[in-house]
Design a protein around this ligand. Structure first.
Ligand SMILES: Cc1cc2nc3c(=O)[nH]c(=O)nc-3n(C[C@H](O)[C@H](O)[C@H](O)COP(=O)(O)O)c2cc1C
Length: 190
């Protein structure tokens, strides 16, 4: 699969088989992530990996409870209330692998740098038949100092994103429609 095909066909995947992603494949994906550009070549990323469906399901439940306690009138979570209040809701969609990407807080562009790294990993995974989905909901728990300390993450790192991953179960749905690019300016002075 070439890069254009990967871009054209990638979807967020929320259904996974029981086959674990092997260590070699994960290491290859991380290495491809680090090929991303970064400000001043700072490469401010570091990674955490959690594997095991049961372990990840427990974390999903812990994170769901944190989210539910954060649903207040006017909060961005309010529109997800009925979904999140369902104890059966698994925010990691039954994945067997979670990837945590952390940025060095002292690097001013670490959020952008790490996001590019995540995009590399998601596209490379897709080209290998591995599905992934960035889970923003995870941040409510996983971005806390307490969670970082529990996982041994140094205090100078900030969580940028959590991605659930696994071998895709079933066919990829068609690509979701995108709005036409909104062009705010296009100056042609030549
Ligand atoms: C920063 C970010 C946070 C996201 N958070 C979640 C999430 O918490 N749960 C989820 O199921 N999908 C999440 N997604 C996936 C989006 O819903 C998905 O990318 C979007 O609907 C477009 O669909 P596609 O990725 O299949 O093209 C997130 C995506 C991004 C980039």
């Amino acid at each position: 699969m070439d890069i254009i095909e990967a871009l054209e066909t990638r979807r967020s995947v929320r259904s996974f088989t029981d086959e674990p992603i092997g260590e070699d494949v994960l290491r290859t994906l991380l290495a491809l992530g680090t090929k991303a550009p970064s400000a001043s070549n700072s490469q401010p990323w570091s990674f955490g990996i959690l594997q095991g469906k049961a372990r990840i399901r427990m974390l999903a439940e812990e994170a769901r409870q944190v989210l539910v306690s954060g649903i207040t009138p006017g909060s961005p979570l309010e529109k997800y209330a009925s979904m999140l209040e369902n104890p059966g809701y698994d925010m990691f969609h039954g994945a067997g692998t979670l990837l945590f990407v952390y940025g060095r807080k002292d690097m001013p562009w670490h959020v952008g740098d790490c996001s590019m790294c995540i995009q590399n990993i998601m596209l490379a995974a897709h080209s290998m038949g591995i599905g992934s989905c960035w889970i923003g909901f995870a941040n409510w728990l996983c971005k806390t100092d307490a969670f970082g300390a529990r996982m041994g993450v140094p205090a100078d790192r900030e969580l940028v994103g959590v991605v659930c991953m696994g071998h895709r179960k079933g066919e990829l749905p068609p690509v979701r429609l995108r709005r036409e690019p909104e062009i705010l300016f296009w100056e042609c002075a030549g």
